[in-house]
Each structure stands twice: as C-alpha cells, then as structure tokens.
Design a protein around this ligand. Structure first.
Ligand code: SF4
Ligand SMILES: [Zn+2]
Ligand SMILES: [Zn+2]
Length: 313
C-alpha cells in the first residue's frame, strides 16, 4: 500500500475508520494538525495562556506535552508541568523519571506533588487496608484534587490532560452503564467553571492506538508499563469490550463520542443548573454536592483529617 497523502511506500498505519494509509512523516503531521485544529475548534487554549500539563511520563501525557511544546516554541502559550506521585510502588517512580527527563529535554519547569504529603497516605497503603472501592477510584479522585489545588496556586489558566478517544468513550459508556447522569453532562473537551482552573483534553479525538503509533514514530521517551491496579478496573473491562467491537465497527468510538455530544446538549437543557459545580464545604475544591469526592472518599476510609485540608487551603 502507498501513503494516501504523499504516495510513499513506507506506510506505518492504516486508519480503518477513514480508509487512509499513512507514512511516518505524513502520520506525525496529521496527528499534530488534528490536535492543533481541535484546540482551535473547541477554543481549548487562547494566546498567552499558562498551560499546566498533567504529565505522568506515560504515552498520552507525553504526546500532549510534545504537541503543546510547538505552541510554546512559537511563544503562543507558556507551558509548565505538574506530576503527581500517587505512591504506587516502582511503577510510579519509573514514570516520574521518564516525565522528569522529558521536562529537562524540553526545558519545561516541572512541579512534583505526592499523595503522601497531601493526604499522608499512598495508594499502596490505602489498598493494603482493604478499602471498599477499587484503587482507580481513590487514585483518580485524589489526583484531581491535588491538580486542581496546585494549578490554582501556580496561576495556571488551563490544565491539559492526556485523555484520548478511547479514554473518553470508556468514560461515556461507564457513566451510561452506572446511570451517572451528572458525570455524563460534564464529559467534554473542557471542564469549565468560573471558580476553578479549566481542564482541557487536546487528545480527545485521537484513538489510543494512534497515540501509541505517534510516540513510536517520534521516538518519544515514554513509560509503557501498565499500572498494577489497572487490570482490576471497570474501565479496563469496558475498554476490552470497546476494542473488540471496533474490530468489526471501526467508526464506533467516534460515533459514540458524537452521539454523546448530542445527548449532552439535551441533558444540559433538561437538568439546567443541577450539574453546576460548587465549592466543597471542607476543602473548597470543585464539588457536585456539599462535600467533594476526595473529602467523601477520605471520610469513608477514616482519613479526613482537618489538618490535611487546613494545611492546603
Ligand atoms: S490505573 Fe488506576 S490506580 Fe493506576 S494510575 Fe491509573 S487511576 Fe491510578
Ligand atoms: Zn506520506
Ligand atoms: Zn473537599
């Protein structure tokens, strides 16, 4: 097969959802162009924004920093990195080493924060206490809590995360299956609230296999190991089903995303006002109810110490 764009014989990828064959150079250009176009289309970033990339050292967040550094080099935005150490054995230690190397190479300031310092407990310690929920619930909620808090202190205008198309569709399907309407309304290219730093997802329309192909094609320095807790997650199970479905229905991820966008608009009208985020009465962070999810979970496992929150206010 020949590259659909330039006719080269060195094809590295076949996009089954569009029928395109692409060589390495055309593929790299196509990904960068698509991400930069989506940033414009969804108004993710404006000139002079200070963008804080949540960098774990994995393939998704490393791709985000690689592409956003194009805008930083052109002096369109200011770029900094936030890395969270959740305390997951050697897995996270290695990820942080990769993330720090990337920041050093690109000359981007990196801020590292840990669960241990903020919550006096690591994910490994929480899981050793046999809590009622899966690791990813504690990990995701508590990580977002630190990122929100520190992004505000760092004066960031935007927080960029590495969510790709597969991640986004998995979240949509998980929330449908769990009947979580409030979360469904909030899933989108940005999470905007006047009170909190806006989150953006520049890779939201890039399939996971293309993110992997991009890091390979560019030879980026990424941590490819899988988190030891991931195999037990609900998300992983949904991801496996969606990957299987995509084999026979290659456009299914995009059609689920587009379908959700339409439903989201209708739901927003229907539930006007109910999905608005307010401030948690304990810590002041984004909350759908009186207590934010982080305070609710910490309370459940007996770790909601006043000290944690007063120290971080
Ligand atoms: S897979 Fe789950 S536990 Fe592991 S880093 Fe991701 S959210 Fe945390
Ligand atoms: Zn080509
Ligand atoms: Zn709270």
């Amino acid at each position: 097969m020949l590259c659909t764009k330039c006719g080269s014989r060195n094809v590295i990828i076949h996009r089954r959802y569009s029928g395109q064959y692409l060589c390495k150079e055309c593929f790299i250009k196509a990904i960068q162009k698509k991400v930069l176009k989506d940033i414009k289309k969804y108004k993710l970033i404006k000139k002079s924004d200070k963008v804080l990339v949540a960098l774990s050292g994995g393939k998704d967040s490393t791709t985000v920093i690689d592409i956003l550094s194009i805008l930083a080099e052109r002096n369109i935005i200011e770029l900094e990195v936030i890395t969270i150490d959740e305390g997951i054995g050697d897995y996270r230690k290695k990820g942080i080493q990769y993330a720090s190397k990337t920041c050093k190479e690109l000359g981007i300031p990196q801020h590292i924060f840990s669960f241990k310092k903020h919550f006096k407990v690591t994910i490994d310690e929480i899981m050793a206490s046999k809590p009622p929920r899966k690791a990813c619930t504690y990990c995701g909620v508590l990580r977002r809590w630190i990122i929100n808090k520190e992004a505000e202190k760092l004066g960031a205008d935007k927080i960029a995360t590495g969510h790709n198309l597969d991640d986004e569709v998995q979240a949509i399907v998980m929330n449908y299956l769990e009947g979580n309407i409030e979360n469904l309304i909030r899933i989108g290219p940005t999470t905007y609230s006047q009170k909190f730093v806006t989150k953006i997802k520049p890779l939201r329309e890039i399939p996971e296999e293309e993110v992997t192909a991009y890091v390979m094609a560019k030879g980026l320095n990424v941590h490819l190991e899988e988190c030891p807790y991931r195999k037990t997650s609900f998300r992983k199970k949904i991801g496996t089903i969606l990957t299987k479905l995509s084999e026979d229905h290659p456009t299914i991820l995009y059609s689920t995303l587009r379908g959700h966008e339409k439903i989201r608009k209708a739901l927003k009208k229907e539930l006007e006002g109910e999905s608005i985020l307010r401030a948690c009465i304990r810590c002041g962070q984004p909350a759908a109810r009186d207590l934010c999810r982080a305070c609710t979970l910490l309370n459940e496992i007996g770790r909601l110490e006043d000290e944690i929150h007063s120290n971080n206010r």
